[in-house]
Design a binder for this molecule. Structure first.
Ligand SMILES: Nc1ncnc2c1ncn2[C@@H]1O[C@H](COP(=O)(O)OP(=O)(O)OP(=O)(O)O)[C@@H](O)[C@H]1O
Length: 593
């Protein structure tokens, strides 16, 4: 399945489906949207009625010369009350609409996050982090704008209806002249829609190229600087930036030409025509009511302007559809993280592992593990060695159930691994990776991961893995701030914290995937005693490139191209004089040199 779309134009049917998906999110807030539309109808009604109040005052009183002070005050007060009422309706309309659309989009964000956090690792292998972030933030933000399109759309519609009724009531012939301009507006909508779709899609594509270039540059900044690639990156960025500027220029040109100026022109023409007709009538029979002229002059603005806003919104509609399609795509991605079988209830008690005929592939095509068989008794240590890409981490990925496997059997304590609930599996298998991720918070939170352990327990865990000394030496001790990613501490210190995080959960099985690879040999020796403490009495699987660190393992498996090619203890493998022997010789030789 394709996971990231760059598609920016959609057929009507596709647009309708995306629209339906977005509309489904309004479910809990339809009452608010409805109330907002009712308030909007009120605003349009009052706005259309206000000129009638003035028109009647002018034609019935001023023109007739019978406007008393009392009448004038009454008309003014009436006008004032209507205006205040209109403002209240406007407030209700905007407040409810914005509230409902913010809440809807809040729900979309939650739904997206809840979905993404449960997705299988394959999704994250295929989709760059920046893209996932953009789906949950930028694309949902666009949906707020998208709802505003409907605000403008209904506003325009209510206005046309209310002003239309008012105009026809006042003078149907003049009203007909105004409405005769509507087909021109429709033509404008058609032309604008045709050009804007193309121009906006070009603009969005160049913006997404710009974002991609930017995020690539920032994530690879150390490599860019180390290899003196700044000039090339600047030139490439400038090219995509210029493309974006050109696309935006095209959009401004189109907007400047087609939007408000065109609407203003139509409005002025309609008004000119009406004035011409009224002027002629005045010359012929002096029957023109001055208030009607006033009313039609105000209507020309309120009739055509909301229509202009409606056209302006059309491009945002397209943006919303594109963002909606991306949101839909994420929600439709159904390859979830592996789960246990329904009703799974097995427990891990001793930590005995047995793997039979395990084959595994990430993409369903290329096998990265072929026919893997091994057993680890409780408390034993198994080491996996082999060249880069030989499949060591893939075995861990299968054991941790990060990826689903389709061939073979993995048993823990005699239970099929799929019969063990995922929570039980993750609670009893302690994983330490090469890069220990630190969460925003303090050291204690990073050890407990917000589970309820008391302070003594936290300290005991840190002492056990030899992390206590360094933690006590820093300001704030266990409550020292940790920034996301753990940049405040050294790699070794981060690793010690992650050991404490693992050991506090008292796992039955320990998995160390190059846990000391980023640490210098001197620090590694210090950390080693912490690691030895962790391993004692626990089934342990270790991946290590430095073979000196796994000499004491009960069994060593040597992998090549996803297959086990040698298996035995360090002494047995050295005696066998095979690949392990050569690897060990090479490392010892390099060290001696
Ligand atoms: N997430 C993934 N998606 C697709 N293929 C992958 C993925 N991770 C690893 N591979 C492929 O699977 C094979 C085995 O990789 P694996 O990471 O298990 O090797 P490794 O022995 O742990 O290597 P290293 O020592 O470099 O960590 C490699 O060919 C690799 O390209």
């Amino acid at each position: 399945m394709k996971t990231t779309t760059t598609k920016t134009s959609f057929s009507l049917k596709e647009q309708w489906q995306i629209f339906k998906m977005l509309i489904a999110f309004t479910k809990g807030y339809r009452g608010q949207f409805l109330m907002s539309f009712i308030a909007m109808a009120g605003v349009s009604g009052i706005a259309a009625y206000l000129p009638v109040v003035i028109q009647q005052y002018m034609d019935n009183y001023l023109r007739m010369g019978n406007a008393t002070l009392m009448i004038t005050i009454r008309v003014s007060l009436f006008y004032l009350v209507l205006t205040i009422l209109k403002s209240i309706f406007e407030y209700v309309q905007n407040y409810l609409f914005q509230m409902a659309s913010e809440r809807t989009v809040g729900d979309i964000r939650d739904t997206l996050f809840d979905h993404v956090i449960k997705l299988g690792m394959r999704y994250f292998d295929q989709v760059p982090n920046g893209t996932v972030v953009s789906r949950v933030t930028n694309d949902t933000e666009t949906i707020i704008e998208f709802w505003n399109v409907f605000l403008n759309l209904f506003n325009g519609l209510f206005n046309v209806i209310a002003v239309g009724i008012a105009m026809f009531t006042l003078d149907w012939e003049l009203a007909l002249m105004f409405t005769a301009f509507l087909p021109i507006i429709l033509l404008l909508v058609y032309i604008y829609q045709r050009y804007s779709t193309r121009i906006y899609s070009q603009m969005r594509e160049s913006l997404s190229r710009l974002n991609a270039r930017l995020s690539e540059s920032i994530s690879g900044i150390n490599i860019i600087q180390a290899f003196a690639q700044e000039k090339r990156m600047m030139a490439e960025f400038d090219t995509v930036n210029q493309e974006y500027v050109v696309a935006r220029k095209a959009m401004f040109k189109m907007d400047a030409l087609l939007l408000m100026p065109a609407i203003n022109l139509i409005e002025a023409s309609a008004l000119a025509l009406v004035l011409f007709v009224l002027g002629r009538q005045q010359i012929i029979d002096a029957s023109v009511e001055i208030g009607v002229i006033y009313a039609f002059t105000s209507y020309s603005k309120s009739f055509f302007h909301p229509l202009g806003q409606m056209i302006d919104s059309l491009s945002i509609f397209q943006d919303g559809i594109v963002s909606g399609s991306r949101i839909k795509e994420v929600l439709n991605y159904q390859e979830m993280a592996p789960t246990s079988l329904p009703g799974a209830s097995a427990h891990i008690t001793d930590g005995e592992i047995s793997v039979r005929d395990l084959s595994f592939s990430y993409d369903g095509e290329k096998s990265v593990l072929k026919n893997i068989n091994f057993d680890v008794k409780p408390g034993q240590t198994l080491a996996l060695v082999g060249q880069t890409g030989s499949g060591k981490s893939s075995i861990i990925n299968v054991l941790m159930r990060f990826y689903e496997f389709s061939h073979g059997k993995v048993m823990i304590d005699g239970h099929d691994i799929k019969e063990i609930p995922i929570e039980e599996l993750r609670a009893k298998m302690g994983l330490v990776l090469q890069d220990s991720f630190m969460f925003y918070g303090d050291i204690a939170n990073n050890i407990t991961l917000h589970k309820d352990y008391n302070d003594e327990y936290i300290q005991a865990a840190a002492q056990f893995v030899k992390a206590d000394d360094f933690i006590r030496a820093i300001d704030g001790n266990y409550h020292a701030r940790v920034i996301e990613g753990g940049d405040a501490f050294s790699t070794g210190q981060n690793q010690l914290i992650s050991f404490a995080r693992t050991i506090i959960r008292e796992p039955k099985i320990l998995i160390l995937d190059e846990a000391t690879a980023n640490i210098d040999t001197a620090t590694e020796q210090k950390i080693q005693s912490g690691l030895d403490n962790m391993r004692r009495g626990r089934t342990t699987i270790i991946i290590a490139h430095r073979l000196s660190t796994i000499k004491d393992a009960d069994k060593i498996l040597v992998l090549r191209h996803g297959e086990i090619i040698e298996s035995g203890t360090h002494d047995e493998l050295i005696a066998a004089g095979g690949t392990y022997h050569d690897m060990y010789q090479l490392q010892t030789y390099q060290k001696d040199e």
